[in-house]
Design a protein around this ligand. Structure first.
Ligand code: HEM
Ligand code: HEM
Length: 190
């Protein structure tokens, strides 16, 4: 298991970054689409992948704690360093908050949670009308929904800043930040 070095990132960092990145972008896009168009057929898929990604997020946070933060490849201003730290923290917090709040909203709202057909939390049908569900805890369900919705918007903003930052490094600063995250060995400022 190779740890990161300043010039080259290890396979764990690369695999975990790209698995989580692709799944997060897909879940943010499908989440917004299905909620705005009431496409209920997508909900079970969204919940299944949402719970699955939580496993990778836990591994990723544990790996970041063991491995430390990435060393910058260049000699940047303190504002740039501060901004990149802020956005990385927002991304990490967002990737933890989204599965937790989604789970809380669905489970506490009485809708239940299944992962690829395996039921983790049963739905809670209304005895007087089995088409409807009864919340297990309406307040927690509401808090989960608010966090999921507003957390989603915040995370979309952070991802956009992050991608613009990566492109700025590659196209304007012409340094190895993006190439290093794609697996290349790069030169770093002394
Ligand atoms: C990293 C994981 C996840 C991401 C990035 C994500 C993202 C989103 C986004 C952006 C929305 C649209 C919010 C809105 O406009 O109301 C949404 C909706 C939703 N998500 Fe997630 N989600 C994730 C995980 C989960 C999980 C684990 C569950 C449940 C187990 C879940 C259940 C739902 C449900 C039920 C909705 C629809 C809410 C509504 O109808 O208003 N999500 N998700
Ligand atoms: C096309 C999309 C993406 C690109 C091009 C990209 C690119 C990069 C690059 C170049 C770095 C290294 C920064 C450095 O050396 O300081 C990085 C780190 C990071 N990225 Fe992304 N990224 C993308 C999507 C995402 C998404 C969607 C998330 C999470 C929601 C994310 C979370 C992170 C985090 C937390 C780090 C800090 C290092 C780590 O913990 O692995 N990225 N990204």
């Amino acid at each position: 298991m190779r740890l990161d070095s300043p010039t080259r990132l290890g396979p764990n960092t690369l695999a975990l970054h790209w698995i989580v990145a692709v799944m997060m972008i897909a879940l943010l896009a499908t989440g917004l689409y299905m909620a705005q168009t009431s496409t209920y057929g997508l909900y079970p898929w969204h919940k299944s992948f949402g719970v699955l990604i939580a496993l990778f997020v836990v591994l990723r946070v544990a790996w970041r704690i063991r491995n430390g933060w990435l060393k910058p490849v260049g000699d940047y201003t303190s504002v740039e360093k501060w901004l990149s730290k802020l956005v990385h923290w927002l991304l990490i917090i967002g990737t933890v908050l989204m599965p937790v709040s989604g789970f809380m909203m669905s489970a506490m709202g009485g809708h239940g949670v299944s992962v690829f057909g395996v039921e983790l939390i049963a739905h809670n049908p209304d005895p007087t009308d089995p088409q409807e569900v009864v919340a297990l805890n309406a307040t927690l369900a509401r808090v989960g929904h608010l966090l999921h919705e507003w957390g989603g918007y915040l995370l979309i903003g952070a991802v956009l800043l992050h991608v613009v930052g990566a492109l700025k490094h590659h196209l304007i600063d012409r340094d190895g930040t993006l190439r290093r995250m794609l697996g290349a060995e790069v030169r770093v400022a002394p």
